[in-house]
Design a protein. Structure first.
Length: 216
């Protein structure tokens, strides 16, 4: 499959995003075409290419790191799926972030915790574990941001029930890097408060977290 027809095939459903991702992994010279596809007016091409980039960032982040500034710009995209993919890619690139580019946009990235919808905020929370693992020196800053989640404002697309879901996600995330956290007591207090959360699934996550740390 050559560069000329790769996006056309994706647009015509002659190949899936997953299938094309495998092709790119075998020939990274196709990457410029995939980046071009993100600007396509064809939704199948645009979102397919965004997914491909996200998949590659998980396995071969070093191949995308030279384009990290491109993904930073996409954080301002009005297209939510493109923004969410960019958020995931940036988190994956922290593993190879030799120039500390992520550190420079930390406040911008975590400012998305105050987004107006559940999925945007969830992407920040869900990605925080891998970011803390890749950049241990940011652990305390990440912890501080996640501890503020009880106080994020509700919106028509971020209801109290959405917040309850996010608080449960935060508990799982803290579990991923709890050993790195200095202010463990603050996190434990946060989790204990969720024992009284109105969402049962979040209560259960809190109970499991507290039992787990009691074993250590």
């Amino acid at each position: 499959m050559g560069k000329i027809d790769v996006l056309e095939k994706l647009g015509k459903k002659a190949i899936t995003a997953d299938g094309l991702a495998q092709k790119v992994k075998g020939d990274f010279d196709l990457l410029p075409e995939i980046f071009k596809g993100i600007s396509s007016t064809n939704p199948r091409i645009k979102y397919g290419c965004a997914k491909i980039i996200s998949l590659i960032s998980e396995e071969k982040p070093e191949k995308l790191y030279p384009k990290i500034d491109f993904f930073v710009e996409l954080l301002d995209s009005g297209l939510k799926i493109v923004k969410w993919n960019a958020m995931d890619v940036l988190a994956n690139l922290t593993k190879v972030d030799t120039k500390n580019k992520f550190d420079a946009i930390f406040d911008r990235y975590y400012g998305l915790l105050y987004g107006e919808d559940l999925i945007t905020v969830a992407h920040v929370v869900d990605n925080s574990g891998k970011i803390a693992k890749a950049k241990p020196h940011l652990t305390q800053k990440i912890t501080s941001e996640l501890l503020k989640m009880e106080n994020i404002p509700t919106t028509p697309h971020l209801t109290q029930e959405c917040k309850n879901i996010l608080l449960g996600k935060a508990i799982l995330t803290f579990g991923m890097f709890f050993d790195q956290i200095e202010n463990k007591n603050d996190v434990i207090s946060f989790v204990k408060r969720q024992l009284y959360n109105s969402r049962n699934a979040t209560k259960v996550k809190a109970e499991k977290f507290l039992k787990q740390i009691d074993k250590h």
